[in-house]
Design a protein around this ligand. Sequence first.
Ligand code: SF4
Length: 271
Amino acid sequence: METGKLRDIKSLTLKELCGQLEERGQKGYRAAQIYEWMHRKLARGFGEMTNLPLSLREDLGVWYDYTALEPVRVQESKIDGTKKYLFALSDGNLVESVWMKYRHGNSVCISSQVGCRMGCTFCASTLGGLKRGLTPAEMLDQVYAITRLTGERVSNVVVMGTGEPLDNYDNLLRFIELLTNEDGLRISQRNVTVSTCGLVPQMKRLADEGPKITLALSLHATTDQKRQSLMPIARKYSIRELTEACAYYFQKTGRRITLEYSLVGGVNDTP
Ligand code: SF4
């Protein structure tokens, strides 16, 4: 990713923001103030940043885009209060996120792409193919918007909504960095789970260079043949290769892998 060209200010690290503002003749401490408004106080726009001079707020609006998602629909479960949010992106695309309240804390499940190109036969998200990957800011603001709307702290984030997160690798990594760093919401890396259908090279790359998050593998079958009938990605990577990638991930990070298995009646549900 060419960070110099990122238009969305919320996708920038504090260091990048500081560098860019200094290039524009601003004092470095302004970056820390802006960063705090975005990632701690969860401001919805430059207008809320009341300790900045008005002229700077206006300039920021010219220099940068600002992602602040608003829900177009919210559905609430009568059983356990789980809430499903449909957010509109600035280009008119829609993404879904889910808020779940548990005894151990609040969890948010976010989407990482608009659509998906992985073609799993049991999944509706892939029917229209992949439209695009979400930016780091768009992933981040699903968490921020839900925090703003519920008024409650989020302690766990799972990247398990629409999209294959490792198919949007660079943006995913930046999102995790922004979500977990100490100048933002400081969500613990251990409380971030990324679910993949099994992109072996990216799983290994994540083991080598990624943060210490939990990796969840969607398995859904115990033989290559069965898996291939459910998930086209299985034609590219065998269960043996997946097992090796999981072992490598564990060896490098010390983090266990979670396996996900959806039972489909008469298809993959024998003992
Ligand atoms: S990778 Fe996930 S989102 Fe994509 S088609 Fe498979 S189950 Fe659906």
